[in-house]
Write a protein that binds this ligand. Sequence first.
Ligand code: NAI
Ligand code: MG
Length: 494
Amino acid sequence: MAPQPKPNAHPQIKYTKIFINNEWKDSCSGKKFPTVNPATEQVIAEISEADKADVDNAVKAAQKAFERGSVWRSLDASARGRLIHKLGDLMEEHVNEIASLESLDNGKPFGDSYGQVLEGVGFLRYFAGCADKVHGKTIPADGKVFALSRKEPVGVVGAIIPWNYPVLLLSLKISTAMAAGCTLIVKPAEQTPLTALYVASLVKEAGFPPGVLNVLPGYGPTAGAAISNHLGIDKVSFTGSTVVGKSILEASAKSNLKKVSLELGGKSPLVVFNDANLDAALKYASDGLFVNAGQTCIAPTRLFVQAGVYERFTKMYVEAASKVKVGSAFEPGVFQGPQVDEKGFQKVLSLIEAGKKEGAKCEIGGKRHGKVGYFVEPTVFTNVTDDMRIAKEEIFGPVQSILKFDTLEEVIKRANDTMYGLSAGVFTENLTTALQFSKAVRAGTVWVNEWGIVHPQTPFGGYKMSGLGRELGLDSLDDFMETKTISINLPSNH
Ligand code: NAI
Ligand code: MG
């Protein structure tokens, strides 16, 4: 059982160095970079900055840990599963420290961080159980052979993590890779390195062999690019922007054709029909948007409301937005924290300006909140049309665009008129409408009468420019594995 939530606004920063081979090291260059608390704009700690030379060292460690006959490769799959369980248990035990660090570094409310650590523990437990349940087949091949397929770990994995759900996405990527039997180099986002370093200390404590998991804090164009270009890395698992996702695929093509899985952005449509339960729709639509200050890949940023309830639902939504409490992570009752950094903050404000200029009606918000910290007021635009930038671009902020529609056919067309395809949702009491929309919308996940629920057991990922591959669910292990065919000559007529 997880300990009771106990926020600590001043957690001790124990780990600030690079983690390679179960040891803490300074970076080869000796350089450090600051990580900042976005609620105060103050530096929390100076972190060792990994670069290409450190990535080279980490790859050597990860390759050694992956060698034939190594401790890691010699473990039974079930024993690998037990180690992953152990890591989950330790994270659960330390949930308060990890969640406090996450909130300090990212700015999200402590309760959210607490929940996300435990959700990450759920991912670890799910994949721990999968470790000895992924296997090949015997195959009735033509001719006199005995043929079988084997699932083998792909090798060294580079995991590049964004700053919006740092510990959750770390847990997801490391649990899948470890369950498959891979070794890893993790690069946390430069804005939020603290929790990945804390988890590294628990990896050591759990008893993972040296080199299985290496954590290298650093910047994208240096450490991140060194990972995606590396000849010794067999797969990159990336979550982040579409632009960087494309550059990773390109780096794979130009280096060693490493496998690449990408979870990129979205501009998800949520459709509210006249017959919907409006209270439920409101709760999911507003929580789904304002949670994490809108910095969520699956945020329902295009809210399509049917003409019959448009006026009423819009009023309800603006009222809900007026009640969203903005503040720092450790203030009780806060729902929305700051944007993660100055760059994200400015991007949100400039898209709000674009919305105003292009003729959308700003019903509430639209400005900076307070004087210190990267806070933005919960913002709602109505009279939004499909061609406006706020209806097309990923804002990654607390900004809702409400669009009006008349018919199912029309809204299917408009929902699909985007380069993205990560998620979609529909609120209606009519099963046929729900199923017709669910079948027709081009998105990796469709929620009916709910929003944003992600299960360890169900695949998650994007159509179109929202990404490549799927995470979560049993099949996601395939992305971390190779399939080998063994064909055995069996000269017999029987
Ligand atoms: P980003 O894509 O630059 O950052 C994500 C991760 O990629 C970080 O760890 C970063 O260091 C790394 N990275 C950056 N450049 C790299 C490179 N050349 N090679 C390898 N790794 C690299 O995203 P950023 O700039 O922080 O945010 C910009 C926008 O991207 C956001 O406003 C949002 O629209 C989107 N985004 C989407 C996320 C999602 O959950 N799908 C997460 C983060 C950002
Ligand atoms: Mg930070």
